[in-house]
Design a binder for this molecule. Structure first.
Ligand code: GAR
Length: 196
C-alpha cells in the first residue's frame, strides 16, 4: 500500500476524514501526521487514531525558510511516504519542499481555484457577491495554490451567509472531496474529479 503523510496546523478535521477513509481495500494507509504547530488539536486526534505524529515548529526557524523545509523533509523522509497530503497546513512552502515532493504532494484549498488563492477565501467570495463557493484539491507546486486541480466541489453562497457559515458548508464538502481524490491519486488516476 502507498504510505501517506498528512501535514496539519490546526484542528485536523480533514486529516481525520483522510485517515478514516484509508481502510479495507484502500490502496493507501497513513504513516505520519506532522504539525508545524505544537498545540494543533489534530495531533491528539491522530494519536487517538493510532497514527505516528511529529512536530516541526516553524518558530524555531525564524527567517530560515530553507531550514524549516529541510527539517520537514528530514522528518518526512524517515517515514518514507509515497504521498504527502497538506490538510489545513498554514505555512507557505517553497521549492525546497515542493521540488523535493513534486508529483507526490496534494493540498486542499477552500475556494474554487483559480479563484481566491491564499487566505480569507470565504470572506472574499462573499464580498465579491459570488453565487457559488467551494473547495479544490490540487497538486502542490512552487506556485502558491497554483498546481493542477485534481478535484472540486461547488456549494451555493446563501443570503445572510458570513465567512463562518460559508466555511462550514464548504468544510463539509472538503470531507467528501479529499478522501475521494486521494483514493484516485493513490490508484494513479490524475483525471480531475468534479463532485456534484
Ligand atoms: C480547511 O478548510 C482547509 O481547506 C483550509 O483550512 C481548513 C483546515 O481545517 N486550508 C487552507 O486554508 C490552506 N491555505 P481542518 O484543520 O479542520 O482540516
Amino acid at each position: 500500500k502507498k504510505r501517506v503523510a498528512i501535514l496539519i496546523s490546526g484542528g485536523g478535521s480533514n486529516m481525520v476524514t483522510l485517515v478514516n477513509s484509508m481502510t479495507g481495500d484502500h490502496p493507501a494507509r497513513p504513516c505520519l501526521v506532522l504539525s508545524n504547530v505544537p498545540a494543533a488539536g489534530g495531533l491528539a486526534k491522530a494519536e487517538a487514531l493510532g497514527i505516528s505524529t511529529a512536530i516541526v515548529d516553524h518558530r524555531n526557524f525564524t527567517g530560515d525558510r530553507a531550514g524549516f523545509e529541510a527539517a520537514l523533509n528530514e522528518v518526512l523522509e524517515a517515514h518514507s511516504p509515497d504521498i504527502i497530503c497538506l490538510a489545513g497546513f498554514m505555512r507557505i512552502l517553497t521549492e525546497g519542499f515542493t521540488g523535493h515532493w513534486a508529483g507526490r504532494c496534494l493540498n486542499i484549498h477552500p475556494s474554487l481555484l483559480p479563484k481566491y488563492k491564499g487566505l480569507h477565501t470565504h470572506q472574499r467570495a462573499i464580498e465579491a457577491g459570488d453565487a457559488e463557493a467551494g473547495c479544490s484539491v490540487h497538486e502542490v507546486t512552487a506556485e502558491l495554490d497554483g498546481g493542477p486541480v485534481l478535484g472540486q466541489v461547488r456549494v451555493p453562497v446563501l443570503p445572510g451567509d458570513d465567512a463562518a457559515s460559508l466555511a462550514a458548508r464548504v468544510l463539509a464538502e472538503e470531507h467528501k472531496l479529499y478522501p475521494a481524490v486521494l483514493r484516485r491519486y493513490a490508484e494513479g488516476n490524475r483525471t480531475p474529479l468534479y463532485l456534484p
